[in-house]
Write a protein that binds this ligand. Structure first.
Ligand code: AMP
Ligand code: MG
Length: 355
């Protein structure tokens, strides 16, 4: 078991010369085979050298992640990508120009140099260029290619603060770089470019509308993730696993406002009647109107960025408080709401009540 060193930065938003020195040293450790958790604009990543099969093996082991669930390779320049993937698809340039650096991952045909340990045995590779300045510097200092899944134990909500990473990976990785809270709080949008028509494999901050605008054509989302009963396997292997799950039983309640409020009040009473600790995830608009053992306001209904930013933290807080039953309001599933509802539905094991 490695001893974990926590690296504090003075100014993660605009790293100081001292911060750069720390990141240079961390990059050197990664090149030697160490694992380092680091902040990005989406969630924290658990990074290792993407071109070193032993580093990728260690990432799976540290997370307890099934080895058929491939890792995203993080780069800090467009030029670096040609060494690891085929970028000749004209859609690549359109999307890279529009959204990189930023919260979008592209699936491309892989080149020989990428170990199959990194791609979960696939002949394709997921690539992302993050915009977070700490992430970009660390990638550069580590030699240009960091394989990183989210820095949570497999099945736990993704970490959106260094504290979450320490809870999950303390004693399992060599380094944790503390960059404060991640601004977006949900994982990147994944787009598959290895098929004739680009497909969204995982919704995220970059929405279908934004992608369609950049490509000049509509973009579909993988059917299997929109409809879990379709009987199809999702094309992103990670999407098939139960994920983001709190320990308590989570149910999403959808419907007309007054009916939802009435249902939530009754649900809290019933849980109390059976002696169970109950939590609610509610919007700012309803926070005053409801009561529960643990009540968490996720943000205003018309501020989807707030809802995205708070979701994983709140799911973790319910675990900390040992909440046994949880109810959440549902959200619109357009725009960023598509990513929010995708994660919330997975956390709820698709348990939805319509009132
Ligand atoms: P995470 O790193 O935890 O955000 O998970 C990475 C996601 O990217 C998982 O859902 C993977 O299944 C998906 N992914 C990574 N590489 C590929 C690939 N080559 N093809 C399809 N999905 C991928
Ligand atoms: Mg993950």
């Amino acid at each position: 078991m490695p001893e974990t060193e926590i690296i504090q930065l003075d100014n993660p938003g605009n790293p100081t010369p001292g911060d750069r020195e720390k990141l240079r040293a961390a990059g050197a450790r990664i090149r030697e085979g160490a694992l380092a958790a680091f902040p990005t604009e989406t969630v924290y990543g658990l990074g290792g050298d993407a071109l070193n099969p032993e580093s990728s093996r260690r990432i799976y082991a540290a997370k307890g992640r099934p080895s058929d669930n491939p890792l995203i390779v993080h780069v800090c320049s467009l030029e670096a990508i040609d060494r690891i993937a085929d970028t000749s698809d004209p859609n690549f340039a359109k999307l890279a120009d529009a959204f990189w650096p930023g919260p979008m991952t592209l699936i491309l045909p892989k080149k020989e140099i990428v170990p199959r340990e990194t791609t979960g045995g696939l002949e394709t590779v997921a690539v992302r260029m993050p915009s977070d300045p700490v992430a970009a510097l660390l990638i550069e200092y580590a030699g240009g290619y960091i394989a990183a899944p989210s820095a949570n134990l497999s099945g736990r909500p993704s970490p959106t603060d260094a504290e979450h990473v320490i809870q999950d990976l303390g004693g399992r990785v060599e380094l944790i770089i503390d960059g404060g809270e991640n601004p977006i709080g949900l994982e990147s949008t994944i787009v598959d470019l290895t098929v004739p028509d680009p497909v969204i494999l995982r919704p995220g901050y970059i929405t279908d509308k934004m992608l369609a605008e950049a490509l000049g054509r509509p973009v579909e989302t993988d059917r299997a993730i929109l409809d879990p009963d379709s009987g199809k396997a999702p094309k992103a292997p990670g999407m098939k696993y139960r994920h983001y799950a709190p320990k308590g039983e989570l149910t999403i309640v959808e419907g007309e406002e007054s009916a939802v409020l009435a249902y939530l009040r009754e649900a809290v009473q019933k849980a109390h009647g059976s002696g169970r600790k109950v939590g609610l995830i509610v919007t700012a608009e309803h926070a005053q109107a409801l009561k529960a053992d643990v009540l968490r306001c996720i943000g205003s209904r018309n501020r989807e960025d707030e809802i995205a930013h708070n979701l994983y933290r709140i799911l973790r807080e319910f675990d900390d408080e040992q909440v046994e039953v949880i109810y959440s309001e549902g959200f619109a599933d357009t725009g960023l709401g598509q990513a929010i509802m995708n994660r919330l539905l997975k956390a709820a094991g698709h348990r939805v009540v319509r009132v």
